[in-house]
Design a protein around this ligand. Structure first.
Ligand code: IPE
Ligand code: IPE
Ligand code: MG
Length: 232
């Protein structure tokens, strides 16, 4: 690549959607008001990604560590998810988006699992952008789950390819770009295996304020990065 050449639009962008609580606090609102506003940012980002030509968008919606939050926040989050999934499935034919979910099914409530399964099934034939929702997701758990599957298959020695093939969604390419909002600069147990050569983009913008312009800023920053993959 020449000095001036820009990286093309990433195929896979992953986002750690953070800052809903702080957004609400700034407005003296309950944390759930921040999550509601965050759901709107999800719709804006999905549209922006489609427009930019991104093929895979992974959104970190709920981590395995988020179970430590107050019960009313957790149930509010899952209620919001059920509502969003319901609306989303209705519009699915229109927007052409295919839904995938990465994460453990246990201990998600059956009503949530039903909604997820229905949304995944009813969008499976769509050929537009693939939205991968990281839900009850933990990267260390994902790797342990992959290794245990391989052990059950009788493997006594495993390769990198074996692990890649046993991740929750093995058909996804590794994300070229990982965005985190709200000024935090950490992975919080997200995509540890897949992020080996990802570029990171951190912004102080709180997730409910994230929009198409912010998404484009991240893509622009990515386009200027020099990716070396260990070479010179
Ligand atoms: C991200 O916003 C949403 C989830 C983790 C579910 P937070 O709820 O973490 O917001 P802050 O970090 O408290 O501001
Ligand atoms: C990461 O955000 C998880 C999601 C965005 C779903 P957190 O707010 O849970 O992360 P920490 O606790 O600040 O590391
Ligand atoms: Mg947070």
């Amino acid at each position: 690549m020449s000095e001036t050449a820009a990286n093309p639009v990433p195929t896979h962008v992953a986002v750690i959607m953070d800052g809903n609580g702080r957004w609400a606090k700034e407005r003296h609102l309950p944390r759930l008001a921040g999550h509601n506003a965050g759901a709107k940012a999800v719709e804006r980002t999905l549209k922006a990604a489609q427009k930019a030509g991104v093929k895979f968008l992974t959104l970190y919606a709920f981590s395995t560590e988020n179970w430590s939050r107050p019960q009313d926040e957790i149930s509010g989050l899952f209620k919001l998810l059920e509502q969003t999934l319901g609306r989303y499935t209705q519009d699915a034919a229109k927007h052409g988006v295919r839904l995938l979910v990465s994460g453990a099914r246990e201990p998600l409530p059956p009503s949530v699992l039903d909604k997820i399964d229905h949304a995944v099934r009813s969008t499976s034939g769509n050929t537009g952008l693939t939205l991968n929702l990281a839900l009850n997701y933990g990267a260390r758990q994902e790797i342990v789950h992959a290794v245990n599957t391989l052990l059950r298959e009788g493997k006594t020695e495993i390769t990198m390819q074996d692990i890649s093939q046993q991740l929750y969604q093995p058909q996804l390419p590794d994300p070229e770009l990982i965005i985190r909002t709200s000024g935090e600069e950490r992975l919080s147990n997200f995509l540890l295996w897949q992020a080996a050569y990802s570029e990171f983009y951190f912004t102080p913008v709180l997730w409910p304020d994230f929009d198409e312009a912010e998404f484009e800023k991240a893509l622009w920053a990515y386009s200027r990065r020099k990716r070396r993959f260990g070479g010179v």
